[in-house]
Design a protein around this ligand. Structure first.
Ligand SMILES: [Zn+2]
Ligand SMILES: [Zn+2]
Length: 341
């Protein structure tokens, strides 16, 4: 399976602050003044040794993760990261994105012919939606493949009715969005995730309800003996609870766990009941389950790159302290990052 992060931020899209590049540049120049930079080789070495938060913006789009296996494509959540994924899927389109949005802005109802021009040929997409909170749906009205009548989209979540209502509401009235869901053009179906699980091509998928205000679903996806779990927006009252025990079984020996780690350990104490995990709490469960790789996800909007990378280091140190050795790969989910599972 190939996994790509299109949106990694929790709660609300969080663009980089306009002053970020200034303070980062200042730090880089200060370090450069102390370094002996004589040739390209020493410059390259200097860059490679810079702290990652100066070079790798974590990204501000809300949750959207692409999972590919052969020709099968699964989209996990439809946060604002869905927009750039749609542009990638539609890169050969006859209409540019700006032309499409100009038409949308003008309240222009696309004719059957114009819709056809937007895209090349149809694609089939499967969406797995953890829950219908705004940050997990808000990218859908800007998902250009959904404007192509040759595209079919099957959306799975906790309940078909709940999904249909939530997707319609965000576009229902002209005061909310100029194009109604039914006028987008593609064939969209809403489906309750089957209790027995789901098979899509060579992928098998299981879902587990996890505690979150209003509820949320975690998904385990398996192909050719490899498995990954997408578990965002969850909080267990105690890591020793029965629910947490069920979750440990659900994530058991996963090759990859993408986990909610919205809060640092200290923040978590003040935000009990808000529905999100601390990186240490999620790590405790991952260690019990023997997870191979742990990717921190649903980053808090108030955490800048420096804070996120600092918390990554603390989480790695916590894992080493608790397990006695560094055995798990621990990383931040970063927008644009691609993984092979
Ligand atoms: Zn969320
Ligand atoms: Zn939520």
């Amino acid at each position: 399976m190939k996994v790509k992060f299109w949106g990694v931020r929790g709660s609300i899209p969080t663009p980089a602050h306009s002053t970020d590049s200034v303070w980062k540049l200042e730090k880089i120049i200060n370090s450069a003044l102390k370094a002996r930079l004589e040739d390209n080789k020493s410059i390259r070495k200097f860059i490679d040794e810079l702290p990652p938060y100066l070079l790798h913006p974590v990204g501000g789009n809300t949750p959207c993760v692409e999972v590919r296996h052969g020709d099968d494509l699964i989209v996990l959540d439809a946060g604002s990261g869905l927009r750039p994924l749609g542009l990638e899927l539609n890169k050969d389109a006859v209409f540019s994105e700006s032309e499409l949005y100009l038409a949308i802005e003008a309240g222009h109802k696309l004719t059957q012919y114009e819709r056809r021009e937007i895209d090349y040929d149809g694609i089939h997409l499967n969406f797995l939606i953890s829950h219908t909170h705004w940050d997990h749906l808000q990218g859908f009205p800007f998902f250009t493949p959904a404007y192509n009548p040759d595209t079919t989209i099957a959306i799975y979540g906790r309940s078909d009715e709940e999904l249909a209502k939530a997707f319609e509401i965000q576009q229902m009235a002209p005061s909310m969005f100029p194009i109604a869901l039914g006028d987008m053009g593609s064939k969209i179906s809403f489906n309750t995730f089957p209790a027995e699980g789901l098979t899509i091509g060579g992928l098998t998928i299981q879902a587990m309800p996890v505690p979150h205000p209003g509820g949320s679903l975690a998904f385990r996806i398996t192909a050719e003996g490899r498995s990954m779990v997408y578990a965002t927006d969850y909080e267990f009252s105690s890591i020793d609870s029965d629910e947490a025990g069920d979750f440990v079984n659900f994530i058991k020996n996963a090759d990859l766990l993408i986990s909610d780690t919205q809060y640092t350990y200290l923040e978590g104490a003040a935000r009990e009941g808000w529905g999100h995990s601390t990186s240490f709490g999620a790590m405790d469960l991952a260690m019990r389950a023997g997870v191979a790789a742990f990717y921190m996800f649903h980053h808090d909007p108030t955490h800048d790159d420096a804070k996120l990378f600092a918390n990554l280091e603390k989480t790695r140190a916590y894992h080493t302290m608790m397990s006695g050795r560094a055995q798990m790969a621990i990383e931040l989910a970063i927008e644009g990052m691609t993984l092979e599972v």
